[in-house]
Ligand binder design. Structure first.
Ligand code: NAD
Length: 357
């Protein structure tokens, strides 16, 4: 066996349909009395639902801030910090996808408040000590054990309204975390097990969700997969795929989960010659792969009926060269040498929507 190091991230998970009813007990167990609730403007109903559950259990929320925004812009964090200033909140409860989780992390790291997180997409941010924040259009990412939410409640009931498009792309975003963990510089056998199990759960459940968005078993399986894949991102270094997505998202304002979805098969295919063992294992958990993991991802994306071209999200052809230049600068550790010409071709294919080979 190759030598390895392994750190388990702490954090408590409460999983299962209806588990939101345990939120008051979770708060009381920690000795808190006055939670601040966070959501996006689109999920105010769910935030109000939480407030009711808490009030019925004699916990009075300190307030509800509903302006969480994609990529955790610093002016929103400042607004939320001003909102809580006179509220004497003693913990934070976030309900939503990666955007709301991000705001919960931003407040928690600034104030030291315990963060209880109720994820409603499959992005997996709730399992990572990573926070990306945007200021003046630039995204800066930092990692700190204190950023990791302390409690995570996975309740399938709060995912039933997630539109199929976002179900598909946030799920593939999670798979991307697992894929890169299989060949990360600090890979280890425990995280690899989670990566394969998480990928399998998502690859099996996401197509089912597209066919039948009201399927609770499929949505619960996707949540389980998202959890495991989130653990992978939280425990491994990122490689080419994440570098490409950070470049494309950060410099060309492309949407987060959609960009991950388009780029993943291309990044995997680029690395394939350097990672035969990971390719074989990955192929074994991707339905329809016929032994080829890149094909397995192409089949998955076809079944999910997602857009495959970055140009569909507004990237211009003349941006391909700029993207290639940024992608090869300040590289993340990667199993295959990252060279400009093949990377430019990778980005061009992803821009044009040609399937990965
Ligand atoms: P999101 O949180 O931005 O949600 C997108 C939209 O869907 C929002 O309007 C939201 O309110 C809505 N929505 C979410 N759940 C819903 C539900 N169940 N029903 C109806 N509407 C719902 O999307 P996301 O893909 O989860 O998160 C993307 C963000 O997360 C990005 O900013 C990304 O950088 C970040 N992220 C961070 C990490 C990390 O580890 N730090 C990991 C993954 C993603």
């Amino acid at each position: 066996m190759d030598p390895f190091e392994y750190n388990a991230n702490p954090g408590r998970v409460v999983f299962g349909k209806g588990s939101i009813q345990k939120l008051p007990d979770e708060i009381k167990r920690l000795g808190f009395k006055s939670p601040l609730i966070l959501s996006t403007p689109q999920q105010v109903d769910q935030a109000e639902d939480l407030a009711k559950i808490l009030t019925n259990a004699s916990i009075e929320p300190a307030g509800t801030y509903t302006n969480a925004t994609m990529h955790t812009p610093s002016h929103i964090t400042e607004e939320a910090m001003a909102f809580i200033q006179d509220k004497s909140a003693d913990c934070v409860v976030s309900i939503g996808g990666g955007s709301t989780t991000g705001l919960g992390k931003a407040i928690s790291i600034r104030t030291g408040l315990h963060h209880l997180c109720v994820p409603t997409t499959y992005a997996g941010s709730e399992m990572t000590p990573i926070l990306g924040e945007t200021q003046d259009g630039r995204k800066a990412t930092r990692t700190d054990p204190k950023i990791l939410p302390g409690t995570v409640i996975y309740d399938v009931d709060y995912t039933m309204t997630l539109p199929t498009g976002l179900s598909a792309t946030s799920g593939v975003n999670a798979i991307a975390h697992a894929v890169e963990a299989l060949y990360a510089k600090n890979k280890n056998p425990i995280i690899s097990l989670l990566a394969l199990e998480g990928t399998k759960a998502l690859a099996e459940s996401l197509p089912e969700i597209i066919q039948n968005p009201k399927s609770q078993p499929a949505r619960e399986k996707a949540q389980y997969g998202a959890w495991l894949c989130g653990v992978c991102l939280g425990s491994s270094s990122m490689a080419l795929h994440h570098k490409l997505c950070h470049t494309l998202g950060g410099s060309f304002n492309l949407p987060h989960a959609e960009t991950h979805t388009i780029v993943l098969p291309h990044a995997l295919s680029y690395n394939a010659p350097a990672i035969p063992e990971a390719m074989e294992k990955l192929a074994s958990v991707l339905p329809g792969s016929e032994g080829d993991a890149t094909k397995g991802l192409n089949v998955l994306l076809e079944n999910l009926q997602v857009k495959r071209a970055l140009k569909d999200y507004g990237m211009k052809e003349e941006d391909i060269d700029k993207a290639a230049d940024i992608a090869v600068s300040n590289q993340y550790p990667n199993p295959r040498k990252v060279e400009r010409e093949p990377i430019r071709e990778l980005i061009r294919r992803a821009w044009a929507g040609e399937p990965a080979k």
